[in-house]
Design a protein around this ligand. Sequence first.
Ligand SMILES: Cc1cc2nc3c(=O)[nH]c(=O)nc-3n(C[C@H](O)[C@H](O)[C@H](O)COP(=O)(O)OP(=O)(O)OC[C@H]3O[C@@H](n4cnc5c(N)ncnc54)[C@H](O)[C@@H]3O)c2cc1C
Length: 419
Amino acid sequence: MQKIKEKANRCEMCTKPGCIVGCPLDNDIKGFIKSVKEENYKEAYNILSKTTVLESVCGRVCPHEKQCQGACLREIKKSPVKIGALEAFVGDLAIKNNWKIRGKTNSAYHVAVVGGGPAGLTCAAFLKKNGINVTIYEKHDHLGGLLYHGIPSFRLPRDITEKTIKKIIDLGIEVKYNEVLGKTITLKQLERKYDAVFISIGANMPNKMKIPGEKLKGVYGGNAFLENKTELDCQDKTIIVLGGGNVSIDVARTVKRKGAKNVIIVYRKEEAELTADLDEVMAAKKDGVKFIFKNNIIKILGKNKVKGVELIKTRYKKVDGKELLENVRGSRHKMDCDYVISAIGSHANRRTMNSLNLELTKNGKIKIDKKGHTSKKKVFAGGDAAGSIGTVAWAARAGRNAAYEIIEYLKKKEGNKNV
Ligand SMILES: Cc1cc2nc3c(=O)[nH]c(=O)nc-3n(C[C@H](O)[C@H](O)[C@H](O)COP(=O)(O)OP(=O)(O)OC[C@H]3O[C@@H](n4cnc5c(N)ncnc54)[C@H](O)[C@@H]3O)c2cc1C
């Protein structure tokens, strides 16, 4: 507790707190830290609960340096208030003491939420808090989405995810597991059965590398690898991971923990251009992950299974005043390896998206307006499936704001059943 108070006491209670502006969820950071300073922890939790239900999760995995902490007054001296740690502390205390999320009595309305990741869970929680009955339809036999089958447990402990989800479901939310939109259930069926539908099915299909050898045994997509917990024998293997984002770092650190001898991340640009968070890059290096920068994989070698990769060096060339990356002629070289895991981005499941008969963006995501409305009147969408910025907090924000919009929609419906 002493350490937490010390952290809280570093907050200067700014008149115009940048941290709140930096938080995708608009959490009242100044307000909750003030309560922590006063040792009124339950009040701190109540303040956070107004805007979020993922305190313990966001406190751990948000890219704080790009969000709240990046906008902290103390960031000027490179020592921001540790807002993430304080939020996680309050969230954990709420779990430990079984502090409930406050809710209103039930109305006669019932909404279906499809997909139980951060967007769906948050939407369901804010609907239920406001008295709307909710049923979540989830493809897997567990909730959490990428909190569970994306972010590795060494960064987000499973029990924290599970207890956070339990607290939300305990509000009285019904869950139907192993239900796949577009397969076991259609959007039309949901539209008929419910007063409104919120779709938050994520976008976790790995992008293809589009190079020869991609279909060989031993080539995996990073997102699918983490989601399906592919039982890969990594013991003493050499594994090449392609990509410079957080997913490639998570994959590399995961296979390292599974016993891989050499784990090498290949990135086509320079180290300074990695899109992964700096902390994560440092942690990967500490784990023994190696990096090869300014190289591209142009071919995966092997007959039936992976034997190695062919790489080519890259460099920047100025064309019409713009710096463009190009392959360097005559710089091809080979490397042996046992597996190749690509982590070069992800997309939504095209078949599912096309089955919905909703207007889509040119990237194949669900087209929504600023308030989460899709092209169908009673259907709303949010999170990665609808092109949110790909973080937990932005997905949660989309879910929460859509919940408020659904409530407005229900209020305006003919024969209002009292929201
Ligand atoms: C490896 C990895 C690490 C990450 N690390 C971080 C991090 O440290 N910090 C951070 O802020 N963000 C991180 N992210 C991004 C973040 O996890 C996502 O932006 C966020 O989870 C998106 O939430 P969502 O609810 O929109 O989708 P998801 O979390 O993908 O949830 C979608 C849910 O819908 C379900 N579903 C899918 N299809 C169907 C269907 N047809 N029918 C029914 N259910 C369906 C899925 O099973 C899942 O439960 C990471 C992502 C990955 C892949």
